[in-house]
Design a binder for this molecule. Structure first.
Ligand SMILES: Nc1nc2c(ncn2[C@@H]2O[C@H](COP(=O)(O)OP(=O)(O)OP(=O)(O)O)[C@@H](O)[C@H]2O)c(=O)[nH]1
Ligand SMILES: [Zn+2]
Length: 226
């Protein structure tokens, strides 16, 4: 067992690099000073701004039910919805020696996915299915879910989310043989604009053997019920 790609840390006092392990085009657009404010300071600032939004809407913030909302929303943004912006939360993916000599497809399907549309700041809700071909290493199953969660918990577009997860898995699992498929509903499409509640969005990224071997790809799709 060995540790792979340790999560970035701010041990030397410098802000941790965000997405430094990804090529530029795959990185979530973040300013270089994105982590100079503490989470607590971000919550205080966001709560103040959200209070202003509510006041502009004419809501009476002295009402018991509304009074705590700015702080609730700010905590939700920093500690939950956008937790995956901070590289300190990047999951550590431990690999284990593949002593079972398991060489076939491994699929983790139906991974719960909650994300947020970066154009409208409303939820994206769906499922991710990921697969890889084990070589010398295997990985703890939950780490696959954690990688999905880390990149989902950011303002996102589904295409970038799909590719970020695939790239992280390739690096962490030390293989090119990775597949990622996401099926998701975008509340920005369902609840506003075109108001379409029946359409859904599917994105897929196939690399290594998954991009060259159509039988393998078909097997993956069959195992996830597609
Ligand atoms: N490619 C892509 N587009 C997305 C995603 N999430 C939301 N969008 C789209 O982003 C687009 C933003 O387009 P705009 O025309 O600037 O925004 P809008 O006026 O609110 O558009 P409508 O939703 O058509 O009303 C919309 O077409 C959304 O459907 C995503 O994950 N990927
Ligand atoms: Zn949207």
């Amino acid at each position: 067992m060995d540790n792979l790609v340790p999560a970035a840390s701010a041990a030397d006092g410098a802000a941790p690099a965000a997405d430094g392990h990804l090529t530029q085009s795959l990185r979530t657009p973040l300013r270089s000073d994105a982590f100079t404010l503490s989470d607590e300071a971000k919550i205080t600032a966001i709560a103040g701004h959200f209070r202003e939004i509510m006041e502009v809407l004419g809501l009476d913030l002295s009402d018991d039910s509304l009074n705590g909302t700015p702080k609730r929303v700010a905590k939700m943004y920093v500690q939950e919805w956008f937790k995956g912006l901070n590289p300190e939360h990047r999951p550590e993916v431990k690999l284990f020696e593949n002593r079972y000599q398991y060489q076939n497809l491994l699929v983790e399907r139906d991974i719960t996915l909650f994300s947020c549309c970066e154009h409208h700041f409303v939820p994206i809700i769906g499922k991710a299915h990921v697969a890889y071909l084990p070589g010398e290493h295997v990985v703890g199953l939950s780490k696959l879910n954690r990688v999905v969660q880390y990149y989902a918990r950011r303002p996102q577009v589904q295409e970038r989310l799909t590719r970020q997860i695939a790239e992280e898995l390739k690096q962490a699992l030390r293989t090119e043989d990775v597949a990622v498929l996401i099926e998701a509903d975008h509340l920005c499409v369902m609840s506003r604009g075109v108001n379409d509640t029946s359409s859904g969005t599917l994105t897929a990224e196939y690399s290594g053997a998954f991009s060259t071997d159509s039988a393998l790809r078909q097997e993956f799709l069959r195992l996830i019920g597609k």
